[in-house]
Design a protein around this ligand. Structure first.
Ligand code: NAD
Ligand SMILES: O=C(O)C(=O)C[C@@H](O)[C@H](O)[C@H](O)COP(=O)(O)O
Ligand code: ZN
Length: 355
């Protein structure tokens, strides 16, 4: 890959993918007089560099480090930042910049969505998962005691800056977790993603190689296409939730000790097993889920004996309507469909098949 790849999300904003592009964050804040930069603890050095590049003229740059990972996604963290914005006099032409993984971009986006009912946010994802998924599409939010992402808002970013060089410091387990959302895009919409991974998994996982940028661009293109067609998830966008009903249940019952990507990997196998029991998906495709996830080192199993807790957590999924659980399933690769109110026996059998 040479140069910066630019992917438009409808008429709304652009996603910039390249090496070194975080040095250009200042180009995306316009003439804002004030910028709040929130960042994950692990990228403090980069945050200092970005803050320095933003400090031009009279602009005031306020920098705040967030609690690590999922602990950032709490209403209290957002409330503290709203107090900061109030004290610094942030107006509707001022900007929030979020630098970090998906937890940071979800929280930063939520803070921007709430302040004055919406100020611009520039998303600068620093994990693979953030680049291919979380920072794109405008879903923002926090968790509550009752479940994952239960409070939030749709708030499109004004730009998304994906600097692949930032992946050099990302721990291996977090890089691998990001592949779950890449593989999800392969299964729901772009089989070439699956072919690229299976033909050379090692090359796919090489942050300095040529395959990873291609995978990032392909996954972002899938997300951009779906989000542009259905920004507020009235129908089509639900396909981006493939595997997430079971995944979010795992995350909640594990008190967020499981990575989101790892949970999504198991969640996709669960829902493939479910679709198989519903007679919608051939078992060879279920096996293909396990094989491809295995190739990059993602989990395909969760522990036994937790069914009741998981079922309660699944009932709070946003796709549920009344008492009816709804799942995004596949009838084939790149052929998403819905399964509504499945037989409780299938739900349980699918769990037994992944535990
Ligand atoms: N809004 C959406 O559409 C959307 C989509 C997918 C996921 N998400 C959310 O994203 C979150 C998961 O995101 P994630 O997987 O990026 O996890 P994360 O944000 O928790 O980051 C994982 C870990 O990597 C560290 N880190 C981040 N960048 C680093 C870097 N460059 N070098 C070293 N360490 C670094 C973080 O500090 C953290 O400890 C979940 O909360 C999930 O719900 C949101
Ligand atoms: O962008 C979407 O739409 C997604 O569903 C992407 C998911 O990967 C992501 O984890 C999202 O945060 C889940 O959203 P939720 O609405 O189920 O909370
Ligand atoms: Zn996800």
């Amino acid at each position: 890959m040479s140069g910066t790849k630019v992917i438009r999300v409808g008429d709304d904003y652009e996603v910039f993918i390249g090496r070194g592009v975080a040095d250009q964050v200042a180009d995306h804040v316009g003439d804002a007089m004030r910028v709040l930069l929130v960042h994950a603890p692990a990228v403090a050095d980069k945050a200092e560099q970005v803050a320095a590049s933003l400090r031009t003229g009279d602009r005031q740059v306020v920098v705040r480090v967030l609690p690590d990972a999922e602990s950032a996604k709490q209403i209290g963290v957002a409330a503290d930042l709203w107090a900061t914005l109030g004290q610094a006099g942030f107006t509707r032409t001022d900007v929030v910049v979020a630098l970090g993984g998906g937890a940071t971009t979800d929280l930063g986006g939520f803070v921007a969505a709430g302040w004055l009912r919406g100020v611009p946010v520039v998303q600068v994802p620093t994990t693979l998962l953030g680049m291919v998924d979380a920072a794109v599409g405008g879903k923002t939010g926090v968790n509550t005691a009752e479940g994952k992402n239960l409070v939030g808002a749709f708030h499109s970013p004004s730009a998304v800056v994906c600097d692949l060089d930032l992946l050099h410091t990302l721990p291996w387990a977090d890089l691998v977790a990001g592949f779950a959302e890449v593989i999800k895009c392969g299964f729901i919409a772009d089989p070439q993603i699956l072919r690229l991974i299976e033909s050379d998994p090692e090359a796919a996982l090489d942050v300095d190689g040529e395959v990873l940028p291609e995978l990032v661009s392909r996954a972002v293109a899938v997300k951009a296409r779906v989000v542009a067609a259905d920004p507020r998830e009235s129908s089509l966008r639900e396909i981006l939730n493939y595997g997430h009903t079971f995944a979010h249940a795992i995350e909640q019952v594990e008190h967020y000790r499981w990575r989101h990507g790892d949970a999504v990997a198991v969640g996709m196998v669960y829902v493939a097993e479910l679709a198989c029991r519903a007679g919608m998906l051939d078992e060879t495709i279920v096996a293909e889920h396990r094989r491809i996830l295995d190739l990059v080192g993602l989990p395909t199993r969760y522990e036994p004996g937790r069914w009741d807790e998981l079922l309660t957590a699944m009932s709070r999924d946003k796709k549920t309507r009344g008492a009816t659980l709804r799942f995004v399933v596949l009838t084939d690769i790149a052929e998403p469909a819905r399964l509504e109110g499945p037989d409780p026996q299938w739900l349980r059998e699918a769990y037994d098949a992944v535990s």
